[in-house]
Design a protein around this ligand. Structure first.
Ligand code: FE2
Length: 329
C-alpha cells in the first residue's frame, strides 16, 4: 500500500510517498524563503502554486511509481496559514478526483508525532513539538494527543527567527544561534516566563532586542542568554509533564529539534529522571510530506474515510481535536 502526502502549512511545499511500515519512497520539498521579514501568506502560497506540479512529479519519479500505484492521497488540513493550506488541499483534491483515489485531510501536528514514533523506538512518550509557529508539550491519554502545555504567544522557532532577523543572520536563524551557544559566552539577565505549564516568548524577544541597543552587550552573549532561557523554559515544562503523566520517554519533534543546545538540555533533564530522549532524523523533524503520507496510511488502515466536502482546510485545527482511533489503549 502507498500513500502520497502533501504538506503546505507554511513555508514548505512537500510531496512524500510512503508505504507499509513507514517505508519512505520519496520526501521531496521546496521551501519559501522570504528575502526580508517573515512569511507573507500570499507570497508563500504563490511559491507553492508555482512549484506544486514539479514537486509532485519529482516525488513520483523518486519513488519510481505512477499515480495509478497510489492507494490514498493525504494532505495537511491544518493547522497552518490559510493561503498555503489551500494550495495543498487543491492539489490533493485534483489528484484524487482525476485519478479516482481516496483522499484524507490529516492534522499536521499529529503527522509529526506519528512519523516520530514510527522512526524512533519511542512507545508512549511526552511529546515536545518545537517549531516555527508551534510550541506544545503533549502526551497520549484517553484516545487523544492531549496538550499539557503550550506557548501562549509566539512559537519558539519564530522567537529564534525574529531575533535572527534583528541580527541580520539568514533564515532559519536557528543553526547559527545554536553554533554560537557553544562558544564561551556570558549570561545576561532576560525574562523567563513559565505560567503553569504554558510558556510565553514574546517578552523574552522584546527584552533581547532591547539589549542589542546597549553597545556594552555582545550579540553572542544576548543570543546565548535568549536560547538558554527559551530552552530552559521548555525543558522545565517537559519535566513537569513527565512527572505528571509518569511517562519515561520524551519525543522531540519540529524544526527546532535540530538544535543541539535544546537536545543537550533535554537529555540532561531526562537522565536525571531516568527517562529517555528520542529525536527522529532531521528530514522527519522539520515540516515534510512523508509524515503526512504516513499519517494517511495509519488513518486509512484504521478505516478513516473522507468525502470531498470534508476536505476543507482547517487553519486553527488542534492536535487534541483528533480522535486517535488507530491506537487502542
Ligand atoms: Fe510543523
Amino acid at each position: 500500500m502507498k500513500c502520497l502526502g502533501i504538506e503546505s502549512t507554511a513555508h514548505t511545499f512537500g510531496c512524500g510517498i510512503v508505504g507499509n511500515n513507514c517505508k519512505v519512497y520519496a520526501n521531496e520539498k521546496e521551501i519559501f524563503k522570504p528575502e526580508t521579514g517573515g512569511i507573507l501568506p500570499r507570497e508563500a502560497a504563490d511559491h507553492h502554486y508555482l512549484l506544486a506540479k514539479e514537486v509532485v512529479k519529482k516525488a513520483l519519479e523518486r519513488a519510481e511509481c505512477e499515480i495509478e500505484d497510489i492507494d490514498v492521497i493525504a494532505f495537511s488540513q491544518g493547522p497552518g496559514i490559510g493561503n498555503c493550506l489551500k494550495v495543498g488541499a487543491t492539489t490533493a483534491r485534483a489528484l484524487a478526483l482525476l485519478n479516482n483515489i481516496s483522499i484524507l485531510g490529516v492534522n499536521h501536528c499529529v503527522g509529526h508525532i506519528e512519523i516520530g514514533l514510527a522512526k524512533t523506538k519511542a512507545k508512549d512518550p511526552v511529546i515536545v513539538y518545537a517549531s516555527g509557529a508551534n510550541t506544545q508539550i503533549m502526551a497520549f491519554e484517553n484516545g487523544k494527543y492531549r496538550i499539557f502545555g503550550e506557548t501562549i504567544d509566539i512559537g519558539i522557532g519564530n522567537l529564534l527567527d525574529s531575533f535572527g532577523r534583528e541580527l541580520g543572520i539568514g533564515f532559519p536563524a536557528g543553526p547559527t544561534l545554536d553554533n554560537w551557544y557553544f562558544e564561551n559566552n556570558n549570561y545576561i539577565e532576560l525574562p523567563y516566563t513559565v505560567k503553569g505549564s504554558d510558556l510565553a516568548f514574546s517578552g523574552l524577544l522584546t527584552a533581547a532586542k532591547n539589549k542589542l541597543n546597549d553597545k556594552n552587550n555582545s550579540k553572542k552573549d544576548i543570543s546565548y542568554s535568549l536560547l538558554h532561557n527559551a530552552f530552559a523554559m521548555l525543558t522545565e515544562v517537559t519535566e513537569r509533564v513527565l512527572a505528571h503523566t509518569e511517562k519515561k520517554e520524551v519525543l522531540l519533534i519540529g524544526g527546532v529539534a535540530a538544535s543541539k543546545a535544546l537536545r543537550k538540555m533535554l537529555t540532561e533533564m531526562c537522565e536525571d529522571r531516568n527517562a529517555k530522549l528520542f529525536v527522529p532524523e532531521t528530514q522527519f523533524c522539520t515540516d515534510n510530506a512523508a509524515m503526512i503520507a504516513w499519517l494517511g496510511i495509519v488513518m486509512h488502515k484504521a478505516g478513516n474515510k473522507m468525502k470531498l466536502k470534508d476536505t476543507q482546510i482547517l487553519p486553527n485545527q488542534r492536535a487534541d481535536e483528533i480522535i486517535v482511533n488507530w491506537k487502542i489503549r
